[in-house]
Design a protein around this ligand. Structure first.
Ligand code: ATP
Ligand code: MG
Length: 722
């Protein structure tokens, strides 16, 4: 059995334990996925099981692709297209494509993405004459998803005789969100389309309603394996349990410390309590790490051990010593990115090292803007996995289209944004104006300006006035101010705020931030035209790079899960970025611990070298006041090789205590209250004017010096004033 060579005793045990309920619990890089893959190969090669009788699921697309590639590599020549190596959703799509016809829905049904969902909502809002000020799309999509937590909505839908009947029920006295939900459901099903939540729900519904279907699938799937089970929701877990209920062969692997989807309903408890759920189950523990050097593991362990909600375990590695983990503290985000890029350039010249071996990980996608800039400046090809390049993102393209129309009277730009946000200028308007401009041989916008009286639409006049107004303003404002103004005035700002779309807003803020940086660092006034020329050059260059295979990879930590890379840069290690500001504001232990697990996932992706960096001027919200991530202070300094500018008070020992204190879940009582008088060793008499229990900070006014200072509860240089 060639393919079992190189596995350790526990791994072989797990591979051969092919029957019954089995779980493998182990830390990052201990070979869980490798074991699962070997087990699959063992089933097929040694036991003759057909791939179409094995279900092998995991949580994310990236991880399932990785799993499929690893299996393929070992089962060369075998056709796996009949098999089910996929995500939960991918598997449900397979079931539905085969059996959904039972519900009078064609097998060729479409799958809605979030943009499609918004398109449906836009129609409904128009029909009901409501605006997204009442309910943002984001809010409604969340509510729809909540309604789809269980499958009762499908039962309701199919319990009425026909869809027409359902339509009639739309006008009842439902609350507004209910009405929107019903209409949404009606519209999507009339078009035979299912959204993401529907995929599993419809599959479960089919199984509940048609027992023979459930039996068919249960019998077909003789062996079921689940990777990354710590991120499965209760529903997903129930689903595999249901499928396994005939043969009763269920194999799950996971690591509770890598749960990063709790916010989306992950239930790591199911893995922890697996032995109670299935009485005769077996548990196999792997505790040896094969991926990372001892240096990388020590840093990762020193972070994760601070979580309180966890089963204690510490990974050990047999690998020889490697490079020290490097920590770089930059003064600005561009400085940070340049350092990363220089390090990649330097290292890629080493023997056996290519650009492919470098991966940059980050908490939020807006952080790529400045990374991309630094990579492009050095002509380094890169690709963003599971994401879109900054300047290709819709919201950025929209704003650039406005700018291009203003500066160059560009036709493509006109067509892109004439109706964004909606000015009720539909297809007919566009066809008419394009035809007219062909006749007049002028740019479309100029044609519209000159023939405005021919168009009755109010929106057309508004649009012309908007662009004319902006053109007049262009030279009187700095480019960053101008863009800010444009953003508000054009209605784009409201559009995205109403959509409640954080990511887009973050990207736009980052775009504005980039303009501020350009202005600050340039001696001359930055002209809009020059700026546009420059970024179009960026885009051209990055298109050339598409062709090349040897590229640096960029991805969010979430999409890096389950993968491994030789050299990892974890950038933007800043309080407010990682942990995210939302997690900090949340103030709960759970949210912060999930961020700590994310950090752990990021670090444990690295095989040979790990670089961590932060910068004082990353966050657009507070230009130069960033603190390193609070998790930084959990790493023993002797484990890091510090580089860059170090002489900063943010790293001094008092700060370390401060940052650690901020981690305490429940804050002990304060000694002073608002209004109390205190005596400070340096500033003498002061009065407490604020007490923040979450950060454990007093705000104190010292009248003699006319200053207000933030002082920590633990500082022992203040006492009651007598
Ligand atoms: P994660 O928790 O990050 O998903 P994992 O537990 O699934 O990690 P794998 O990705 O399966 O870990 O394995 C990590 C690395 O260790 C891989 O490169 C794999 O080939 C290697 N590996 C696993 N087991 C062994 C072994 N017994 N001998 C040598 N290398 C191994
Ligand atoms: Mg894995």
């Amino acid at each position: 059995m060639e393919h079992l060579k190189g596995l350790n005793t526990q791994q072989i045990q797990a591979v051969k334990e092919t029957e019954g309920y089995v779980r493998v619990i182990a830390g990052a890089g201990s070979g869980k996925t490798k074991t699962l893959v070997s087990r699959y190969v063992h089933l097929v090669k040694d036991l003759g099981v057909n791939p179409s009788n094995i279900l092998c699921v995991t949580f994310t697309n990236n991880a399932s692709r990785e799993m499929r590639n690893r299996i393929k590599a070992q089962l060369e020549g075998l056709n796996l297209s009949e098999g089910y190596i996929t995500t939960y959703h991918g598997f449900c799509v397979k079931v539905l494509r085969e059996d959904i016809y039972k519900l009078q829905i064609p097998q060729s049904f479409t799958i809605l993405d979030s943009e499609d969902q918004k398109t449906i909502l836009r129609q409904i809002y128009e029909e009901l004459n409501i605006t997204s000020r009442e309910y943002t799309f984001k809010d409604i999509i969340r509510r729809i998803s909540e309604r789809k937590q269980d499958i009762s909505y499908i039962e309701e839908y199919f319990s009425v005789d026909s869809a027409n009947h359902y339509e009639a029920s739309l006008s009842s006295n439902d609350s507004l969100p209910d009405t929107i939900f019903k209409r949404y459901l009606f519209k999507q099903l009339r078009n035979f389309s299912l959204d993401f939540d529907d995929l599993m729900n419809f599959t479960i519904y089919l199984f509940m309603r048609y027992e023979e279907l459930l039996k068919k699938w249960q019998k077909r799937l003789q062996y079921i394996q689940v990777d990354e089970v710590q991120d499965s929701s209760a529903k997903q877990f129930m689903f595999v349990q249901l499928l396994a209920n005939y043969h009763k062969y269920l194999f799950v692997v996971g690591d509770p410390d890598q749960t990063i989807y709790e916010w989306r309903g992950a239930k790591p408890e199911l893995l922890v309590e697996f032995d109670k759920l299935f009485k005769y189950s077996k548990t196999i523990i792997l505790n040896q790490n094969y991926r990372s050097t001892p240096q990388i593991l020590k840093v990762s362990n020193s972070i994760i051990k601070n979580n309180t909600l966890r089963v204690e375990k510490e990974m050990v590695t047999q690998l020889p010593d490697g490079k020290e983990v490097v920590y770089y503290h930059a003064q600005s985000n561009l400085d940070e990115s340049k350092w990363i890029v220089n390090e990649i350039l330097r290292r890629s010249k080493e023997k056996n090292c290519s650009l492919n071996d470098f991966t940059i990980l980050y908490r939020s996608s807006y952080l790529t803007r400045v990374l991309e800039q630094a990579l492009i400046m050095e002509n380094i090809p890169y690709s963003i996995h599971g994401g879109i390049r900054f300047f290709e993102r819709k919201e950025i393209k929209d704003i650039i289209a406005y700018l291009r129309l203003i500066a160059f009277n560009d036709n493509t730009a006109f067509l892109r944004i004439v109706n964004v946000p909606s000015r009720k200028l539909g297809k007919k308007f566009v066809t008419d104006i394009v035809r007219l401009s062909e006749e007049t041989n002028l740019p479309i916008f100029s044609t519209l300006e000159q023939n405005l009286s021919k168009f009755k639409q109010k929106g057309a006049k508004e649009f012309v006035e908007l662009i004319q107004g902006l053109r007049r303003l262009k030279t009187s404002k700095g480019i960053s101010d101008f863009v800010k103004y444009l953003f508000d005035k054009s209605g784009l700002s409201l559009l995205y705020r109403n959509d409640g779309d954080y990511e887009r807003l973050e990207n736009i803020a980052e775009f504005q931030n980039s303009l501020i940086t350009i202005e600050k660092t340039s001696d001359e006034v930055v002209e809009l035209e020059d700026y546009l020329q420059e970024i179009s050059l960026y885009n051209e260059m990055s298109k050339d790079e598409e062709q090349k295979h040897n590229k640096v990879k960029l991805m969010t930590i979430h999409s890096a899960k389950g993968l491994e890379f030789k050299n990892v840069f974890l950038c933007g290690f800043i309080d407010g970025v990682l942990p995210s500001q939302r997690a900090i504001n949340d103030r709960g232990v759970r949210a912060l611990e999930e961020e700590r697990r994310l950090t752990y996932v990021a670090m444990t992706r690295a095989m040979e070298s790990l670089y961590i960096s932060d910068s004082e001027g990353y966050n657009y919200t507070n230009d130069s006041d960033n603190q390193p991530s609070r998790f930084y202070f959990e790493i023993d300094n002797s484990l890091l090789k510090r580089e860059g500018y170090i002489n900063s008070p943010v790293f001094d020992s008092q700060n370390i205590t401060y940052a650690n204190k901020r981690l305490l879940p429940d804050t002990p009582k304060s000694t002073f209250r608002v209004g109390d008088f205190v005596f400070h060793i340096r500033w003498n008499k002061g009065q407490v004017i604020g007490v923040d229990k979450s950060t454990r900070i007093y705000q104190i006014l010292f009248p003699e010096f006319n200053i207000i200072r933030n002082i920590h509860f633990d500082f022992d240089g203040i006492e009651p004033f007598k």
